[in-house]
Write a protein that binds this ligand. Structure first.
Ligand SMILES: Nc1ncnc2c1ncn2[C@@H]1O[C@H](COP(=O)(O)OP(=O)(O)OP(=O)(O)O)[C@@H](O)[C@H]1O
Length: 215
């Protein structure tokens, strides 16, 4: 049974120790919700999990094997959707998604692209160029990437930002189906997203204790 785990992770950004001695475990079908105030390190932890940042100390493993043994293998099993908009402005929504689906190894990228747009409730944006999409439509298009090619671990940084209530419901349903098939998800959020049975990780529990005299 796949288990994604981190042990005693410490994250340094610039000169700043963002969190220390943080451990987590996500089993097959599991969900982890990252909570904490602005700047507490939710995005940093997701970037560590995605292999985009290196921990200052500590380690992560997949099924007991250190992730650092084969970073390319790790990258192939994740979908990371960050804050930054990855939509190409001159390509249509369908073309954007087909491109990502092909990169992710989908056998029928065009078909996978349309199915993913439908799943996130926006089949009508298929032929609209990226530059004309609204903030919420762009967010749905970015999230559709996780559906367009299979990967067992989804890392989603504040996925509900710019989504309306219907969009959040579609996202919740997609995550629920992913988990039912043994997939895993880690989500950072300030908003309510229904993830039944999810474990919560409060990042401020791992902040550096303030020095004496500091607020
Ligand atoms: N590239 C960087 N260089 C130096 N420090 C950084 C860098 N990126 C982030 N930080 C710092 O790391 C800390 C954690 O930032 P991070 O974005 O992980 O927090 P967050 O919990 O996701 O915040 P938010 O809720 O505002 O999105 C912050 O103090 C931030 O200023």
């Amino acid at each position: 049974m796949p288990l994604f785990a981190g042990t005693d992770l410490t994250c340094l950004r610039g000169e700043r120790l963002v969190f220390q001695d943080l451990s987590f475990a996500v089993p097959a079908g599991g969900a982890l919700v990252l909570l904490g105030p602005n700047g507490s390190g939710k995005s940093s932890l997701l970037r560590l999990m995605a292999g985009l940042l290196r921990p200052f100390s500590g380690s992560m493993s997949w099924d007991g094997v250190p992730v650092s043994d084969d970073p390319d293998l790790h990258r192939a099993r994740i979908h990371y959707v960050g804050h930054l908009d990855a939509v190409k402005p001159v390509l249509s929504a369908r073309e954007n998604l087909a491109f990502w689906a092909a990169l992710g190894g989908a056998p029928d990228p065009a078909g996978a692209a349309l199915a993913a747009l439908e799943r996130l409730g926006v089949p009508h944006i298929a032929d609209i160029p990226g530059r004309y999409l609204s903030a919420g439509q762009k967010r749905r298009l970015n999230l559709a990437r996780v559906l367009a090619a299979p990967a067992p671990l989804w890392l989603l940084d504040e996925p509900s930002v710019a989504l309306d209530r219907a969009g959040i419901g579609q996202l919740e349903a997609a995550i629920s189906d992913h988990r039912a098939g043994g997939g895993m998800v880690v989500v950072s959020t300030h908003a309510e997203i229904a993830l039944p049975g999810a474990e919560a990780l409060h990042l401020d529990d791992f902040a550096l204790a303030p020095e004496e005299g500091e607020p």
